[in-house]
Design a protein around this ligand. Structure first.
Ligand code: HEC
Length: 508
């Protein structure tokens, strides 16, 4: 009997000690900036909230974050920050920037408990934001001829038309946009111009570029995607590429967010040529309605658009980019398959013109023949819409101006049946013609490049420019960067479709 009492007494002791431990654990696990909050900021906020970037203040350190605590709590609860527009449960996107409920809870509890700094020994390694090309040195860099000066005032949408000069039709496996001044570059959208109209628009507007609000001001054959703060450039999946026709211009539409003082910017576009055989083009098609009128004072006006995939066409969507102007409030795009099933492609229930994006799917989404791609958008043309550009409201139709509207979702896709025939570059002879490295053979596409030990020679020239493929390539001097007299080098030819010839060794 005594023994039993003793044992139960011991158990009680342990229970008491255990509870005490738990309590002090909980005290130590108090939510502080240093132990938990900064880790959320690192993952979801600092990419914009660091000195010199788009956000108006830094969230890198406790001192910088502390004064904003109340506002931080409010913005994360309202899900206004971090800005990520697609709603949950519709479309499985890569690079999703959305806080979990638990993270929001952590931040608001931290604020409610007095936004404590905690022990600086708990701090993680600080992040750094280097300013280089994240995908490595591009094969070609495009940029406007001069810096563009942004004066204090309203937001500006400026288009810069740049020649590509790529010696032939090219395939790109990636495009990286590098803002010159992250303080003012809010987002960038790239368009392809095969008409030359963008050059006229650029020439007619004084200073670098031309101002154009909605679209780029010409009929574009496609876009090459875009950039917004926090966006990470990626290579396309192997076998896919963006086609850039010979002689095309690339137009970068930059949304500037002016500051209190004059700032300048020259945003650069890095092009990465494909190094692997291309099987499929990445194409863009709009689901679009251009014939609507939004009545004045209607706070919830619906506009629909429908695209039915023609019989015999089977495709896969790799991304989607909704586009409206200032009256836009909601946009949903759904795929209705022929068998009656549905799939939600994107849903934005709180549209904001300033936070537009190109959203990439984690896995390509099948869009087989006869799929109905249906778009439903709502517009608020009432006095209560703070973005309404007309006061008093007036009826609004499709157009390019700030005061007009648009209703589009661009779908980026590849065709299942497309299987681009690979070219067949062949080297028969390599020799020096005076100072010129000369390659003879066959099947060299215009734009084909000589490679020495895997390095692309940037001064490669085709002998016969006009023909689709040629039999001779030369390099006037760049070959000396990679080869030396008397040393054996491996020569290959890389065609613009990513097909590489067999290697030939050569000793200059
Ligand atoms: C993609 C860039 C980006 C990310 C990521 C981001 N912000 Fe912001 N944030 C901005 C910009 C830009 C503004 C200025 C207002 C605007 O344009 O919406 C802003 C404004 C704010 C404001 C309002 C400041 C004010 O004037 O009241 C708060 C608070 C804020 N951000 C907190 C956060 C927090 C917390 C996170 C992460 C959980 C975060 N932001 C992530 C870009 C970003």
């Amino acid at each position: 009997m005594k023994r039993i009492i003793f044992v139960s007494f011991l158990i009680c002791m342990f229970a008491v000690i255990g509870a005490g431990l738990k309590e002090s654990n909980a005290k130590r696990q108090e939510i502080t900036f240093s132990n938990q909050v900064v880790r959320i900021f690192q993952q979801s906020c600092q990419v914009c909230h660091h000195p010199g970037d788009i956000a108006p203040f830094s969230l890198m350190t406790y001192r910088e974050a502390r004064p904003w605590a109340r506002s931080i709590k409010e913005k994360v609860i309202l899900r206004e920050m971090p800005p990520w527009k697609p709603t949950e449960g519709c479309g499985d996107f890569s690079g999703v920037r959305r806080l979990t409920d638990a993270e929001i809870q952590t931040i608001s509890q931290w604020v409610d408990e007095g936004s404590v700094e905690g022990n600086t020994a708990d701090l993680p390694e600080p992040l750094s934001f280097p300013d280089g090309w994240t995908l490595g040195q591009p094969d070609a860099v495009l940029q406007p001829e001069a810096d563009y000066t942004v004066k204090p005032g309203n937001d500006i949408y400026r288009c810069f038309s740049m020649p590509t000069s790529l010696r032939g039709d090219r395939y790109l496996s990636a495009v990286e946009i590098k803002p010159g001044n992250r303080n003012i570059v809010h987002h960038v959208i790239l368009y392809i111009d095969t008409t030359g109209v963008s050059k006229q628009l650029d020439d007619n507007d004084p200073g670098p570029g031309y101002t154009s609000f909605g679209g780029p001001g010409f009929d574009t054959t496609g876009t090459l995607g875009g950039w917004a703060p926090g966006f990470r450039a990626q290579f396309l999946r192997e076998g896919m590429a963006w086609p850039v026709p010979n002689g095309a211009r690339i137009v970068a539409q930059v949304h500037y967010n002016p500051r209190d003082t004059e700032e300048s910017d020259r945003t650069q576009i890095g092009l990465y040529f494909t190094r692997k055989p291309v099987k499929k083009d990445v194409q863009a098609a709009p689901i679009i309605n251009t014939s609507f009128t939004i009545p004045a004072n209607d706070p919830h006006y619906r506009v629909n658009a429908l695209f039915i995939v023609p019989p015999g066409i089977n495709a896969h969507a790799i991304g989607i980019a909704p586009h409206m102007h200032l009256l836009g409030r909601e946009m949903k795009v759904e795929a209705r398959y022929f068998d009656g099933t549905k799939r939600c492609l994107i849903n934005i229930d709180n549209w904001n013109f300033n936070w537009q994006g190109v959203y990439d799917y984690k896995e390509p989404v099948p869009i087989p023949q006869l799929t109905q791609l249906s778009l439903t958008a709502y517009y608020d043309n009432s006095e209560n819409n703070p973005f309404n550009p007309n006061s008093p409201p007036r009826a609004v139709r499709w157009g390019e101006q700030t005061t007009d509207e648009m209703c589009i979702a661009f779908i980026f896709f590849t065709l299942d049946s497309q299987n681009i025939e690979p070219s067949q570059p062949r080297i028969t002879d390599v020799f020096l013609d005076g100072d010129k490295l000369t390659i003879k053979g066959s099947g060299f596409l215009s734009g084909a490049d000589i490679e020495v030990d895997g390095h692309r020679l940037v001064d490669t020239k085709n002998h016969k420019k006009k023909k689709k493929s040629s039999k001779e390539l030369t390099s006037a001097g760049d070959w000396k960067t990679w080869a030396a007299l008397g040393r054996q080098a491996i020569i290959t030819v890389l065609n613009t479709d990513g097909v590489r010839s067999e290697a030939k060794s050569f000793t200059p």
